[in-house]
Design a protein around this ligand. Sequence first.
Ligand SMILES: O=C(O)CCC(=O)C(=O)O
Length: 216
Amino acid sequence: MDAELFPRGRTEPAPGAVHVPDWLEPARQRQLLEACRQWARPPAGLRTVRTPGGGTMTARQVCLGLHWYPYGYARTVVDGDGAPVKPFPAWLGELGRRAVRETLGPAAARDAVYDIALINFYGADARMGMHRDSDEHSDAPVVSLSLGDTCVFRFGNTRTRGRPWQDIELRSGDLFVFGGPSRFAYHGVPRIHANTGPRELGLAGRLNITLRVSGL
Ligand SMILES: O=C(O)CCC(=O)C(=O)O
């Protein structure tokens, strides 16, 4: 990539929310992408999520550890092929704990025993509306890892879906952690910038992996 006029540094958009650009080195991104490709295969593979109002989410999703459906968790793909959800690997949990240690510190990482991943795939026109991650029974930080195309990640407040919010560019390899007073902040993805991912990664579109503690 061309040298940036203003190199991106670590920022804290709100208390408990930390953005670390380029946290995943290219080899780690390739490893994660390969793992996502395996997880996306059936059974219990990548699926279109239907909302109770009769709509569909434009980002397609696969889960590990526990299966998320609107609005709860199950051990099988209750709104899809019915297969048992794929296991959550220990190495992914360790990656999540390290992310928390390096952003929010060792105390925050102590109870962060990750057991769920939600992996969202965004094509060029996919979006995600403002929502809170509130189906978990835990206030452990959410860890978000991005691969492929750059997106606009909208990080709001804990009270309403509306303003104030901040629009943050998440690129391939970026880490975003939100815990503490920001754990239940509304957030969403209003835009994908198509064809902006690193060419050498070989991913058309964007993948986001969020790690969560179920508390269930
Ligand atoms: O794709 C992203 O960066 C956000 C994903 C998200 O908000 C979610 O999985 O709940």
